[in-house]
Design a protein around this ligand. Structure first.
Ligand SMILES: [Zn+2]
Length: 278
């Protein structure tokens, strides 16, 4: 298959999944069913037809407006579809066709929904983090069957030791545990909830899907990014130090960076500290 055709197929899958993510991003924080009723305009409640729901295309053709009542449609709908399409293309480029691509595409889709929901509503719906955990566990199940992933026994980074559990299970326990400890500590120090239960479950989902060193790297990137953005906002006087900035979107950015560039970043770091070549 020529590469452009693979890209195109991945992109089409991505924008279709992105269109479903838009439904999740609107409905999950409002506790609405994902299935019923069918998609409708939030302004006039008209049920939308297939023609109104073609990813990317409908939004452009209808010029950001509902065809029935003229209410403006948020750019987010277009953005989420485009972003998911591009993410799927990146995943295909990095991992080819296979179980890795399927797993990272689905996990990444749940991350994109987390990003947009947490940034607006400051919550991470359990359905999304539990879906992420399920994807990681299922992947190890399949990986163990065909030996495509060295999940068992689990290598502990930088030590040469192995744990007799699948990678996903260890990742859930260790990453979830690390975040529980941080949550308890920050609550004890700052006397308010900095890291919430949603962040802990999301950390477990990251641990289920990424190799342990890459999962830990993603948390480090999230903290670095969060600090940079927090300081930037304070300097721009957009926020004071007491305002809340949700941590979920930083974790999502860290995880996506780590999925695609984690290997290279870790190798650079190993070379830097003189551990390269083993
Ligand atoms: Zn309408």
């Amino acid at each position: 298959m020529p590469e452009w055709l693979g890209d195109l197929i991945a992109f089409v899958y991505g924008i279709v999944v992105g269109s479903f993510l838009n439904v999740c991003i609107w409905r999950l924080p409002r506790d609405e069913s994902l299935i019923r009723p069918g998609s409708h305009c939030p302004s006039c409640d008209r049920l939308l037809r297939a023609w109104d729901l073609v990813p990317l295309f409908s939004f452009l053709v209808q010029r950001r407006k509902c065809r029935y009542c003229g209410a403006p449609i948020s750019w987010r709908y277009f953005g989420v579809e485009l972003l998911t399409g591009l993410y799927f293309v990146l995943t295909y480029h990095a991992f080819g066709w296979g179980i890795d691509t399927l797993a990272y595409a689905l996990f990444g889709a749940s991350l994109i929904a987390v990003f947009f929901i947490d940034i607006e509503h400051w919550i991470i719906p359990d359905q999304l983090s539990l879906a992420g955990i399920a994807i990681g566990l299922a992947r190890d199940g399949v990986g163990l069957a065909d030996g495509s992933r060295s999940a068992y026994p689990l290598p502990i980074p930088w030590t040469g030791w192995h744990l007799p559990v699948p990678q996903s299970v260890a990742g859930i326990l260790i990453c979830g545990g690390v975040f529980c400890a941080i949550a308890a500590l920050s609550y004890y120090v700052f006397k308010k909830e900095g890291i919430g239960g949603g962040d802990i479950k999301l950390a477990a989902a990251v641990g289920a899907n990424l190799a342990l060193d890459r999962a830990l790297l993603s948390f480090f990137l999230a903290v670095a990014l969060g600090s940079a953005i927090g300081i930037g906002l304070i300097l721009a006087r957009r926020k004071t130090r007491k305002d809340y900035v949700p941590f979920g979107p930083m974790m999502v950015a860290g995880a996506v960076l780590s999925i695609f560039y984690g290997g290279r970043l870790i190798e650079m770091w190993r070379n830097y500290v003189g551990l390269g070549g083993n």
